[in-house]
Design a protein around this ligand. Structure first.
Ligand code: S5P
Length: 271
């Protein structure tokens, strides 16, 4: 297994490598809370979202949302999310997966019911439409200090984000510079050039299940952080879907935090 130099560095020592304020904040929180866990809160009412966040907040560096699945989404709810992100110290990641031409994504990011750029620190986009998608999102997000991840790979079976597509996603990020694009959704270190330091955030993480009936594929925190060298583990149903009520959700988040952090410490110990 070849070891990427970035995976031998502490999260704290990487803060200065990132010009983007949200990327810096992610790394600062990770170090402060000893957490590389992002919980994906894929529940469908505002109250449920806030309840899960109150349960898992102490254990996470980041909370990921899908605002378009929340049946009673309002900007007041978004304000409460922002307030909780400050109180409980986490970054908000709206998993919008933008995938249109620059002009359209600019409007989707800033306007409509959700006004994502007004409350979400981090969002993501498919590189499929070409670099105009980054320019468009950047025109809204960069002045606000927001950040963007490109989906270079995906966790689902049979997806097309592989090989040359992944390489081109990397190139697009490099060409855009690191002031707004801060990393990738990917299954491993796609930033193969040694001097690069991108944040790699990885879904498809579970300690119990191996997958679901719709093509999702799970790996353990250790496989993702230690073996594949990723920075943040993204866990959804493995945490909020656990049986046993609210205390069980809280305990499970803490269990994933511990597993993710142990794998990170083990990876540093290779130094
Ligand atoms: O390739 C991907 C990219 C993402 S962002 N595969 C994913 O599963 N995701 C998201 O991560 C997905 O939309 C969902 O919100 C979360 C995984 O949820 P889980 O319940 O399977 O852990």
């Amino acid at each position: 297994m070849s070891v990427h130099p970035t995976t031998l560095k502490t999260y704290a020592s990487r803060i200065s490598q990132h010009p983007n304020p949200t990327a810096k904040r992610v790394l600062e929180i990770m170090e402060r809370k000893k957490s590389n866990l992002c919980v994906s809160v894929d529940v469908t009412t505002a109250d449920e979202v806030l309840e899960v966040i109150r349960r898992v907040g102490a254990s996470v560096c980041m909370v990921k949302t899908h605002c378009d699945i929340i049946s009673d989404f309002t900007l007041e709810f978004a304000n409460e999310l922002v307030r909780l992100s400050k109180e409980l110290d986490f970054v908000i990641f709206e998993d919008r997966k933008f995938a249109d031409i620059g002009n359209t994504v600019t409007l989707q990011y800033s306007s409509g019911t959700h006004q994502i750029s007004s409350w979400s620190d981090l969002t993501n986009a498919h590189p499929l439409p070409g670099p105009g998608i980054i320019s468009g999102l950047s025109s809204v997000g960069k002045p606000l200090g927001r950040a963007l991840l490109l989906l270079a790979e995906m966790s689902s079976a049979g997806n097309l984000a592989t090989g040359e597509y992944t390489k081109q996603a990397m190139k697009m990020a490099r060409d855009a510079g690191r002031e707004f694009v801060v990393g990738f959704i990917a299954m491993g270190r796609v930033d193969v050039a040694e001097q690069e330091d991108w944040l790699i955030m990885t879904p498809g993480v579970g300690l119990a299940a191996k997958g679901d009936s719709l093509g999702q594929q799970y790996r353990t925190p250790r496989e993702v952080v230690y073996e594949s060298g990723c920075d943040v583990i993204i866990v959804g149903r493995g945490i909020y879907g656990i049986k046993g009520g609210e205390e069980a959700v809280k305990k499970e988040a803490e269990r994933y935090r511990e597993e993710g952090w142990k794998a990170y410490e083990e990876r540093l110990a290779r130094n």
